[in-house]
Design a protein around this ligand. Structure first.
Ligand code: ADP
Length: 444
């Protein structure tokens, strides 16, 4: 089930009270990914490029030096610990930095280096001596705008006199103020207000326009139209760049409306597979029984780290309390927590400070915690029509074939759920073996 909460006008997120915990909040997930991301996401796919002019030569770079960047910008990049361009940057950066500027639509999963690429483009095109907004970046929420701003600040650390300003609700600008900062990052509503009502930004002077997280953007009521109104007022020579982690038809249609004559770059996501995963199920009578089976397995497995999935928040909470009372150290990652709290729990888990994480569907999306070797479905993922939710099953358990390690998955199954499990087995054409929890030797 894919639905979203709509950010409040100030860009903050409604965390809906929802016990099913199935509300996928794209903006919150995206922010969480940024908060916990430590390095580039790898991909074994090739970058696909569609040039607006197929006859023009296609450049790619293997080093940042080849881009002939300003000295201070290169220093900023190295200070961030970047040694060489990421896969998508190899192709995107020469296009983004070309003269005359070229427009670009780029899609690749989160963590592949898109933000770093457009921040670099903005910083390289900005003129520090001109004291007015020259680069404009639209983001779906206040928090995401701040994250991008931080990257500008880090990468632009040695670009003295280049400054960032946030066009977000709550950032009150007194009447008559002149905006002298060169880079403005903000949410569409506030940017629109600053441009047309308050006349703080002169759109005709913008050289680089970035639309970040387009998929999250179009998911928010009004943001597409507002973005298009802003884009319409830009000069024709302004460079227009659009980024998205996913590319459904709706994103594509929006991208084509807003970016004229674009080059297109895509990097396909690594496919998830169940090939390296040994899957088991334990047949149980009821919830108590499932709990007992879990405890038995628990004792039997002393390796690695585990994530335990429950279908509802209530169940997750119940399980956490039970396990704690039985002396197991577990932590609960739930949708009720703020994104920052979730990030900190995931971080502790990553650092190995927590061994077992109990969570619900929402939290499973888009989070890759590589060292997880054991996944337990305390509840089988089902959708609202009580059918198996195959996609969620794959997300919970699957690994990317090339980079993934071997893993173990356990399904705690109440008898009436067995047909659903069998459907899952058929769907993935894989083998889910029954396990007697008293006899853990079977899994060695
Ligand atoms: P995206 O916008 O696609 O989610 P980011 O630009 O945020 O990706 O990059 C993901 C992570 O990888 C960030 O921690 C970023 O600092 C880092 N990163 C980006 N480009 C490079 C690079 N060329 N070399 C090393 N790390 C990089």
């Amino acid at each position: 089930i894919r639905s979203t909460t709509i950010p409040n006008i100030d860009g903050s997120l409604n965390m809906e009270e929802n016990d099913e915990d199935d509300v996928v909040d794209l903006a919150a997930n995206s922010l969480l990914n940024k908060l916990i991301r430590q390095s580039l996401v790898e991909s074994s796919h090739r970058v696909e490029v569609l040039q607006k002019d197929p006859s023009s030569p296609l450049y790619s770079v293997k080093t940042f030096e080849e881009l002939r960047l300003k000295e201070e910008l290169l220093k900023g990049i190295y200070a961030m610990g970047f040694n060489r361009p990421s896969k998508i940057q190899e192709m995107a950066l020469p296009m983004m930095l070309a003269h005359p500027p070229q427009n670009l639509i780029a899609q690749s999963q989160s963590g592949t280096g898109k933000t770093a690429a457009f921040v670099l483009a903005m910083l390289s095109r900005v003129n520090a001596l001109e004291l007015f907004p020259q680069c404009l970046c639209l983001a779906p929420t206040y928090e995401l705008a701040l994250q991008t701003g931080r990257v500008v600040e880090r990468m632009g650390k040695f670009c003295v006199d280049v400054e960032v300003m946030y066009a977000i609700r709550g950032n009150r600008i007194p009447r008559g103020t002149e905006v002298t900062k060169q880079i403005v990052i903000g949410t569409p509503g506030t940017v629109l207000d600053w441009c047309f009502k308050r006349k703080l930004i002169d759109l005709t002077k913008i050289r680089v326009f970035v639309l970040d997280e387009a998929d999250v953007m179009i998911d928010t009521q009004g943001f597409s139209d507002q973005s298009i109104r802003i884009q319409r007022a830009l000069p024709s020579e302004c460079q227009m760049l659009l980024f998205s982690a996913t590319f459904e038809d709706s994103v594509w249609q929006f991208a084509e409306r807003i970016i004229p004559d674009p080059n297109v770059i895509k990097l396909r996501k690594e496919e998830l597979t169940l090939n390296n995963i040994r899957q088991y199920y334990v047949l149980c009578e009821n919830r108590k029984d499932k709990y007992q089976a879990l405890c038995n397995i628990y004792g039997g497995i002393t390796i690695g780290q585990a994530i335990i999935f429950c279908q509802t928040r209530r169940n997750a909470k119940w399980l956490t309390v039970e396990m704690m009372q039985d002396g197991h150290q577990v932590s609960l990652l739930s949708g009720e927590l703020t994104v920052e709290q979730r990030a900190s729990i995931i971080q502790r888990f990553r650092d190995g400070k927590e061994k077992v994480l109990i969570t619900t569907n929402v939290c499973a999306r888009g989070i890759d915690v590589k060292q997880v070797t054991i996944v337990v479905n305390f509840d089988l993922p089902v959708n609202q029509s009580e059918e198996p939710d195959y996609e969620t099953y794959l997300h919970r358990i699957g690994r990317t074939g090339r980079f993934g390690k071997k893993g173990l998955a356990f399904n705690m199954i109440e008898v009436d759920m067995l047909p659903l499990l069998m459907k899952i087995q058929d769907h993935f054409n894989s083998n889910i073996k029954q396990l007697n929890p008293e006899d853990m030797d079977e899994i060695e």
